[in-house]
Ligand binder design. Sequence first.
Ligand code: G3H
Ligand code: 13P
Ligand code: ZN
Length: 342
Amino acid sequence: MALVPMRVLLDHAAENNYGVAAFNVNNMEQIQAIMAAAQETNSPVIVQASRGARSYTNDAYLRHLMLAAAELHPQLPIAMHQDHGNSPETCQSAIEQGFTSVMMDGSLSVDGKTPSTFEYNVEVTKKVVDMAHAKGVTVEGELGCLGGIEDGHGAGMTGAEALKHLTDPDQAAEFVAKTGVDALAVAIGTSHGAYKFTRKPTGDVLVMTVIERIHKKLPNTHLVMHGSSSVPQELLQIIREYGGEMKETYGVPVEEIQRGIKHGVRKINVDTDNRLAMTGAIRKVFATKKGEFDPRHYLGPARDAMKQVCIDRMVAFGQAGQAGKIKPKTCKEMVAFYTKGK
Ligand code: G3H
Ligand code: 13P
Ligand code: ZN
């Protein structure tokens, strides 16, 4: 099936009380892992690419890989999303590349690091909403700042600093009213990457009550959790066992994400868990089969390991079994939907 606007998937998820994982991709094996997991579990799919992923794949490889995914899995609805767009220009170029959804992350300035002002955020996000909705493309905005220093999409704040930049529920309501975004990423104490929490998080550092308060104010806005890898201890252990170095660290427990799903979270961003799974599998091959040099013999196990993480999340978030129930819409049909709302 042709790629569908992400809004179609999130609306269905909201009507049926589940969440959809959005997995980051950079290469063929990662796309194959997600699609195999979705095929096995009959799940709708959100694939997302960062700016780094787009330059790594030179856009064209990524575009054609996504077309291959749609061709090989005609019964699965798939949305292709720009993760952390840093400017309206980035979002526009994603739309030109066939993405059916874009994130304008105006919580940070164009450098993707410096926290911006509310006014700037509203201005750039509204600009993207006008441009994207005219083409039926979904828009995610972000209010509040994540912590994290690992990936260039974060203000580089420590956990304690990030806690001062949590999303304010009143401001969230104003932001959505002023911009018209379909989905809102919220800051609740998470950060990108493997090093999120130094202990299993409790409510003082992973502030799930912020989600509950925002959902009460914005019951019709799809909420998005970034930095939502769970950093499973068993994946860290495999990496350590086969020569890797991973310090003690904790992620966002799946039960907390399930709690978020009960309160309006419809999109859950997961990248790090898949990176950990692939790295562990590759390290294991290199450590146990020292003569191995056929990339298929380590990228294949890496793909299998990522597929298992995707299956686990698809089942846990409730999207498993839902793909066949979704009535797909085209971007053109979404244009009519947005025009009617005006
Ligand atoms: O937003 C963070 C994602 O994990 C993507 O990271 O910029 O290294 O591709 P990246
Ligand atoms: P993780 O680093 O927790 O996987 O978060 C990914 C993310 O939020 C991408 O936007
Ligand atoms: Zn993110």
